[in-house]
Design a protein. Structure first.
Length: 256
């Protein structure tokens, strides 16, 4: 697997902003430029990560025992399988990402971790994910699945038809499944300078307004409080000062 260190990668920029160590100088430079363009960027990625944790807990506490995390990014503890399996044993988790360094780190992390897998694949080719043997080894699509599309769809352009991709994934899910979704937006601040940072990265940042993000949730019944800024989705602590500028929507929907 070839790891391209000549361009920033969204997963590695995200890792840098979270305070991780699995990135390269080019990713650090992009992360610093992003933080300069959007001062709440570090707060935002942490809020997005915390939203994921709360949403996974909700899914597992609701009885879902399988998780498909597409665009998983670099391992940041606690990981999705750690959150889920801390609540109850036997939760099966399949991670998917298109960055070879994510796959390499995942292979090392998940060795001996039980019913988990890590797959190198791209959300742009949903059928390749759904049919992948290492996904099928862990996930039974005849039973409810929590599908995580957290901070990934905004790296798809409109020309790549992200609504079609989500619909294909949704249609493969059994009733009782859940969609855990977050998406970047410019609704709360002008983020054109932040978008420009990703112009040199391996994927562009495509901010979308609320109505476009809502469209990804078609076919799902929203769990309260619906589609909100990530810090406001069932917070377990008081959101930090300045969180009203965080440019991430988050929601959980259930397929009936």
């Amino acid at each position: 697997m070839r790891i391209d260190t000549s361009k920033p990668h969204p997963a590695r920029i995200y890792d840098y902003l979270l305070g991780g160590k699995d990135h390269y100088p080019v990713d650090q430079e992009a992360g610093e430029a992003l933080a300069a363009a959007a001062p709440e960027a570090r707060m935002g990625v942490r809020a997005n990560r915390d939203f994921l944790h709360r949403a996974v807990r909700h899914a597992v506490q609701s009885g879902v025992r399988q998780i498909l995390d597409i665009g998983a990014g670099l391992p940041t503890s606690p990981n999705v399988h750690e959150i889920a399996q801390d609540l109850t044993g036997g939760v099966r988790v399949a991670y998917v990402d298109n960055d070879p360094i994510v796959k390499a780190h995942g292979d090392a992390l998940l060795r001996g971790e039980g019913p988990t897998s890590i797959v190198l694949a791209d959300v742009r080719e949903p059928r390749g994910i759904l049919d992948h043997p290492d996904v099928r080894r862990v996930i039974d699509f005849a039973e409810p699945v929590a599908l995580c599309l957290v901070a990934v769809l905004h790296f798809l352009t409109d020309a790549e038809r992200p609504e079609r991709i989500v619909a294909e994934l949704r249609d493969a899910l059994a009733p009782g499944s859940m969609l855990i979704l977050s998406h970047a937006t410019g609704d709360f601040a002008d983020r054109r300078d932040a978008q420009a940072v990703y112009g040199q990265a391996t994927a562009t940042l495509n901010l979308r307004p609320r109505a476009r993000v809502e469209a990804f949730l078609d076919g799902f019944t929203l769990v309260d409080p619906g589609l909100v800024q990530c810090p406001d989705w069932r917070p377990d602590t008081t959101p930090p000062a300045g969180s009203e500028r965080i440019g991430f929507y988050g929601a959980v929907g259930r397929k009936d």
